[in-house]
Write a protein that binds this ligand. Structure first.
Ligand SMILES: [Zn+2]
Ligand SMILES: [Zn+2]
Length: 383
C-alpha cells in the first residue's frame, strides 16, 4: 500500500470539522465508493475502506485527539485503531447505521465477523473498564489486576451450546453455508446482497438439544481476574485494547476485546502538564530573602532543593527528567517548581514595627525589571 493519506484529506474536511460534518463527509464517500455501485472495482474498494478507517478515527473523540497529536504513528499499537485492517464486513457491522440500517444486521450477541472466509462467526461484545492510576504508577508503568464480570465460554458444552455431540443439525435454510441471497431496497436502489442466514444466524447449524448449563448460548456469566500491563507515560482518557479479553461469543465464536480506559488519580500537590509536572512552592518571606534548603515532593518521593537568597516569586526551577516518560518515546518531562512567596495576613504589633522600619530601606524598593521578567517567564513556560 502507498503512503497513508491524512484522514482529514481522505474525507475532504478541515481539521476543525464538527462531528456532523465528518459524518456527512463519510456518508458521501461511502456512497461514492460503495461496492454495489462499483462492482469489481478494486480502487473503489480501497477508497471505501480508506474512508471507513478515517471515519472510525475521526468520529471517536479519543482517537481523533490522539490522531491530531501523533498522526498515524499514534494509531498503531496498544491504543490504536484498525490500522488498515478493515474488512468490508467490519465496515457494515460498525457503521451500518450510517447507511440507514440496510447493511450489517449481524445482530445477536455483539458483532459477527468472518474469519478468513467461510461462515460468519459471532463476535463477543467488547468490554470497557476504567483503571485509576496514581502519578507514580503512570511514571513507572504498572500491572493492575482487575475483576471483570463477563461472558465466558460455557465449561459444560465447551462453548458449542449443544448437549453432547448429537445436539446439532445442519441448517435447512442455508444448507450450512450461513448465508442467503436477498434483494434489498437500499440507499442505492435495489441490490442483491448476501445476507446472514436468518434461521441459524450464520452458524450453518441449529442446536436441537440445548446445553442445560448455558441454555444453548455457549456462554455463561462469570468473574475473571485479568492482569493488565500499563505502559509508563499513559494519560487520562487513553484507551488500551486487550485483544480477545472481552466477552466470549455465542457458540464458540470470536471473543471481543477488553478496552481499558485510563483515569488519573489527582495528586494532592503535583499537577501534570503533558509530560511535565508542576509544583507550586510556597516560601515564607524570610526564606525567599535569606535562601534555604527546602524539601519538595516529586513523583518518586521527597527531594531537597536549594533556594538561593533573594529568590523572586514567579521564579521557575526546572528539575530535568523528574517528570513523566513519554508513552511513545524515550524522552522524559521535567519537574517545574514555581516559586510563590507567602505574605502573612495577620501580624503582631512587634512584627509591624519591625517591617515598618524595613520599609524605609532602599533594599525593599521593588526593582521594576523583576516585574517584567516574571511575565516573560510565565509566557515561556505555559504557552
Ligand atoms: Zn453450555
Ligand atoms: Zn442457516
Amino acid at each position: 500500500m502507498a503512503e497513508k493519506r491524512d484522514y482529514y484529506e481522505v474525507l475532504g474536511v478541515g481539521k476543525g470539522a464538527t462531528k456532523d460534518e465528518i459524518k456527512k463527509a463519510y456518508r458521501k464517500k461511502a456512497i461514492e465508493f460503495h461496492p454495489d455501485k462499483n462492482p469489481g472495482n478494486k480502487e473503489a474498494e480501497d477508497k471505501f475502506k480508506e474512508a471507513a478507517e478515517a471515519y472510525e478515527v475521526l468520529s471517536n473523540d479519543d482517537k481523533r485527539a490522539r490522531y491530531d497529536r501523533f498522526g498515524h504513528a499514534g494509531m498503531g499499537g496498544a491504543a490504536g485503531g484498525h490500522a488498515g485492517g478493515f474488512t468490508m464486513e467490519d465496515i457494515f457491522s460498525q457503521f451500518g447505521d450510517i447507511f440507514g440500517g440496510h447493511f450489517g444486521g449481524f445482530g445477536g450477541f455483539g458483532r459477527s465477523s468472518r474469519g478468513g472466509g467461510g461462515r460468519p462467526r459471532q463476535r463477543g461484545a467488547d468490554l470497557r473498564v476504567k483503571v485509576k492510576l496514581t502519578l507514580s504508577e503512570i511514571a513507572n508503568g504498572t500491572e493492575k489486576k482487575i475483576k471483570v464480570n463477563k461472558y465466558t465460554g460455557c465449561p459444560t458444552c465447551g462453548g458449542s451450546g449443544a448437549e453432547g455431540s448429537g445436539g446439532k443439525q445442519t441448517c435447512a435454510t442455508c444448507g450450512g453455508s450461513g448465508y442467503v441471497m436477498q434483494v434489498v431496497n437500499s440507499f442505492f436502489g435495489r441490490a442483491q446482497m448476501q445476507q446472514v442466514c436468518p434461521t441459524c444466524g450464520g452458524e450453518g447449524e441449529i442446536i436441537t438439544h440445548k446445553c442445560k448449563a448455558c441454555g444453548g448460548e455457549g456462554v455463561v456469566r462469570d468473574d475473571e481476574v485479568i492482569t493488565i500491563k500499563i505502559p509508563a507515560g499513559v494519560a487520562e482518557g487513553m484507551q488500551l485494547s486487550l485483544s480477545g479479553k472481552g466477552n466470549a461469543a455465542r457458540h464458540g465464536g470470536i471473543p471481543g476485546d477488553l478496552l481499558v480506559v485510563v483515569e488519573e488519580e489527582k495528586h494532592p500537590e503535583l499537577v501534570r502538564d503533558g509530560n511535565d509536572i508542576i509544583y507550586s512552592l510556597n516560601l515564607s518571606i524570610p526564606t525567599a530573602i535569606l535562601g534555604a534548603t527546602v524539601e519538595i515532593p516529586t513523583i518518586d518521593g521527597k527531594v531537597k532543593i536549594k533556594i538561593d537568597p533573594g529568590t523572586q516569586p514567579g521564579k521557575i526551577l526546572r528539575l530535568r527528567g523528574k517528570g513523566l516518560p513519554d508513552v511513545n518515546g524515550y524522552e522524559r518531562g521535567d519537574l517545574l517548581v514555581v516559586v510563590n512567596v507567602y505574605v502573612p495576613k495577620n501580624i503582631s504589633r512587634d512584627e509591624r514595627n519591625a517591617i515598618e522600619k524595613m520599609a524605609s530601606s532602599p533594599n525593599f524598593e521593588p526593582d521594576p525589571k523583576e516585574g517584567g521578567s516574571f511575565f516573560e517567564k510565565i509566557r515561556g513556560y505555559f504557552n
